[in-house]
Write a protein that binds this ligand. Structure first.
Ligand code: SAH
Length: 468
């Protein structure tokens, strides 16, 4: 589930200040139904894009339901479209991730928060049973230019026909806070699925988010009815109050909310954060075919398998034992055949040119390069950037400067005894810039994990993108 917002208002990277999210980092949140990642696939002064990626855990979703009345177990609980479409969850995640921005507050760029700027919102999969016409009816009266692309049910089976899903691009020049408020109301309106109990406080939420635009929207009643999940009594309450043009928005709760936001960003294990960051980059790069080089026990593969965007996932490792463990952990023996067809594990080494590595959209090397002798790196570069040549390459490696923060680590020793080297941020930057220049890629280094003002973040992630 992916939503991006871009601006070309210069310097575009100020979008980070508006959202209270540094463009140079990946931000991860745990939510009751899965996790959300915020990161910037593009961050230049001319154009900046923030992506909100939502990973829903279908199992958690069912477990978490017990409080909302016993609906019994149904297969549809586990097999549903929730993980893939922008829905009420996206609205919850937007609220959680961008609380201050939705309130129109920016610590460093309050002036910018209060002016109209050009914005483009892209929603990868938006459900609409009322067709694209309904999407237009909701957004066009607010001044959006709407472009939708009808998505087939399944690319591989065009004969299954069209779905009720649309890739949607919304363009507008407006305040970011207004756009976020529109999205948090209208996305759940388009999605008829209930995932949470709709109580009276939902009316409050709707009025708050709808302030300044909902009362005069031509579809006002439909929006209220559907947002409140067809609860007529609630809808009536909402409409009455909207008609009174009430402004029920005292500021008093805002500072408490900042604290909530901080609490939300509770620590996730570093390896989890790393995998999340890598998956987020792959997702936003639009990769369908991914090869994970030095896949180890297959943790990244396991994560990518949960997302249908990744049609083919191949793991390669030099260690037979690691591959066996991966097959075991991924439960190859009892994986449904459709799923099984998406993955493959191959034995091979990164220090040899290998035809099997061609034809992928992306290659990943998660905590792998430091296991190779520095002298072999030149070969690895040619194997990846010259022979395999995927559009995107993501590399993660330790930031040695951070080692002083690990109390149990003897000074001067690497994090793992098999590490042949560990780089400083400057060394990584130099390697990435140099390799990318030689092979025609663009390079960007992004810290992953909690950042220390002096020594940086524990992990460094490099994203290489093939220049056209
Ligand atoms: N990417 C995994 C594993 C990292 S450990 C994860 O993040 O969990 C490093 C892995 O790189 C090990 O599994 C090791 O077997 C593999 N490796 C080391 N040298 C390699 C080489 N030359 N070619 C392929 N894999 C290699």
């Amino acid at each position: 589930m992916l939503l991006t917002i871009s601006t070309t208002h210069e310097p575009a990277t100020d979008l980070g200040y508006l959202l209270h999210k540094n463009p140079d980092r990946v931000h991860e949140f745990s939510l009751s139904f899965g996790r959300a990642l915020v990161f910037y696939p593009e961050a230049s002064p001319a154009r900046c894009t923030v992506a909100l990626l939502l990973e829903i855990d279908p199992i958690e979703l069912v477990r978490g339901k017990s409080g909302a009345g016993d609906q019994g177990f149904a297969l549809s609980d586990y097999v549903n479209d929730r993980p893939y479409v922008a829905s009420s969850f996206m609205a919850v995640a937007l609220n959680a991730a961008f609380r201050s921005a939705i309130a129109g507050r920016s610590t460093h760029r309050q002036d910018l928060a209060e002016v109209d700027i050009p914005l483009v919102v892209e929603i990868a999969v938006l459900p609409s049973r009322g067709g694209d016409e309904f999407i237009r009816k909701l957004f066009e009266p607010l001044g959006y230019d709407v472009v939708t692309t009808h998505l087939p049910l399944d690319d591989r089976f065009p004969e299954w026909g069209e779905s009720t899903y649309y890739r949607t691009v919304l363009r507008i020049t407006a305040k970011l806070a207004d756009v976020l408020r529109h999205l948090t109301v209208l996305i759940p309106v388009l999605d008829g699925w209930k995932h949470y109990w709709v109580g009276d406080d939902e009316v409050e939420k709707l009025l708050k988010r709808g302030e300044g635009w909902l009362a005069s929207h031509p579809e006002r009643d439909t929006i209220a009815f559907r947002y409140l999940k067809r609860r007529r009594n609630l809808m009536r309450m909402a409409v009455e109050r909207l008609t009174e043009e009430e402004t029920a928005d005292p500021d008093e709760v805002e500072s408490a909310r900042d604290e909530e936001e901080a609490k939300l960003e509770r620590p996730v294990s570093l390896h989890e954060q790393r995998l999340g960051a890598v998956a987020a980059v792959l997702k936003s790069a639009g990769a369908h075919r991914v090869v994970d080089l030095g896949c180890g026990e297959g943790k990244l593969i396991e994560r990518l398998l949960k997302d249908a965007q990744f049609e083919r996932i191949v793991g390669m490792d030099v260690s037979h034992r690691a591959l066996e463990r991966a097959a075991d952990k991924l439960h190859f023996d009892r994986m449904p055949s459709k799923q099984r067809e998406r993955v493959e594990l191959i034995h091979g080494s990164l220090t040899y040119r290998d035809k099997r590595l061609s034809g992928y959209d992306a290659a990943t090397l998660v905590e792998v390069i430091e296991h190779l002798d520095a002298a072999r790196l030149a070969t690895l570069e040619r194997v990846i950037f010259e022979a395999a040549k995927p559009q995107t390459v993501v590399v993660t490696t330790p930031n040695v400067e951070y080692n002083v923060k690990f109390e149990t680590l003897e000074p001067g020793t690497p994090r793992h005894k098999d590490h042949r080297f560990e780089w400083t941020r400057a060394e990584f930057e130099r390697w990435g810039t140099d390799a990318s220049t030689r092979f025609g890629y663009a390079f960007r280094a992004i810290p992953v994990g909690p950042e220390d003002p002096n020594v940086g973040a524990p992990t460094q992630m490099g994203v290489f993108t093939l220049s056209n």
